[in-house]
Design a protein around this ligand. Structure first.
Ligand code: TYM
Length: 329
């Protein structure tokens, strides 16, 4: 049986990108594999959240995860900071992670550009903590979106490096997993880039229908194709990308043909897209509110999940210490 690890930062509500990029694949895998799903709350500290916000953020993301269909009876659902063993592996891996390779990471370079006032060491070593999250459970597969591909490459490199340095075959090299398909990038509604938590371009699973309609109707497009066969512009392609994951193929075909014939009305496309998004998110949104209200259930999930994750993590730490050369007196 393969092991699967997946995680999400507790820095904001789940959006369509999280769902279609990572979560949906995890859901498809949870029955056939040994699965770990966790909330990366240590990672969220790189952006300095206020102490008053930490717990609420974790709880919200946890409820949203569960509302999507993660089954805590079969998958191990936990909060990263409930398993402090990961920080020990992070420290140990840091000794063989080189500043040059960390500085070259795309996500780090992007963070420097966007937040030049907060370039902390946690950001630099973010991929090392992420690697520790994954290999501490000896994962084989990690369902993630396209934006995490480089982090997974680094994870494989750190796992391989450990095995090479200590001449062992201890850590498997996990792959970024999407059932043999290309990893997905769900674009935002602003015409450029990916959908993100803080870019103001996202549709959240918790958004009520009227908010979804408003956001989709306000999505960036263009003035329309001027002649048949014109290639769609970037913002329009983005709407089609979202449509491909939420709508049925006949709908995608209809609007693709309308565009190709230069007879498309973007208003009509957006209306349909909004309704199809609502169809996907509505049942999830209803469950989020039910689950959030059930604190007892949430407490049980993280208590039991934390215990199971610690068992798995502490076994690895025991082995790793021995491999590195720590011995009892
Ligand atoms: P995070 O919290 O940014 O996103 C969680 C998951 O959602 C995917 N995702 C997307 N996929 C497609 N299109 C998008 N627009 C989009 N936006 C987000 C991400 O690829 C990710 O799979 N570093 C991770 C959290 C993490 C983690 C881990 C993940 C920490 N340790 C170990 C897996 C395994 C992150 O910030 O994801």
């Amino acid at each position: 049986m393969d092991t699967v690890v997946s995680g999400i930062r507790s820095t904001g509500n789940l959006h369509l990108g999280n769902y279609f990029g990572a979560l949906r694949n995890f859901l498809k895998m949870q029955r056939e594999n040994k699965c770990f799903f966790f909330i990366a709350d240590y990672h969220s500290l790189t952006t300095h959240p206020k102490p008053d916000d930490i717990h609420g953020n974790i709880k919200q993301v946890l409820a949203e995860y569960l509302a999507c269909g993660i089954d805590p009876e079969i998958a191990t659902v936990f909060v990263q900071s409930d398993v402090p063993e990961v920080t020990e592996l992070y420290l140990l891996l840091n000794m063989n992670a080189y500043i040059g390779e960390l500085e070259r990471t795309t996500s780090f370079k992007e963070k420097i550009r966007k937040h030049p006032d907060n370039i902390n060491a946690g950001l630099l070593t973010y991929p090392v903590l992420m690697a520790a999250d994954i290999i501490i459970h000896k994962a084989n597969h990690v369902p993630v979106g396209k934006d995490q591909e480089q982090h997974l490459e680094m994870t494989r490199r750190f796992a391989r490096r450990f095995n090479t340095i200590y001449e062992v075959n201890y850590f498997p090299e996990p792959d970024a997993y999407n059932f043999g398909q290309e990893l997905i990038k769900i674009p935002g509604l602003d015409g450029t880039g990916k959908m993100g938590k803080s870019e103001g371009n996202g549709i959240f699973l918790a958004d009520p229908p009227e908010v979804i309609r408003r956001k989709v109707m306000g999505a960036v497009t263009d003035t329309g194709p001027s002649h048949p066969g014109e290639e769609p512009s970037e913002p329009v392609k983005n709407l089609f990308t979202i449509m491909k994951v939420v709508s049925d193929p006949a709908t995608v075909k209809y609007f693709t043909e309308q565009h190709a014939a230069a007879t498309i009305r973007y208003g009509e496309l957006k209306k349909q897209l909004a309704e199809d998004i609502i169809r996907v998110t509505n049942p999830i949104r209803n469950r989020i509110n039910e689950i959030l209200a059930d604190n007892k259930f949430l407490a049980k999930v993280v208590r039991e999940g934390g215990q199971k994750a610690r068992e798995s993590a502490s076994g690895t730490i025991r082995d790793v210490r021995e491999i590195i050369g720590y011995k009892p007196f």
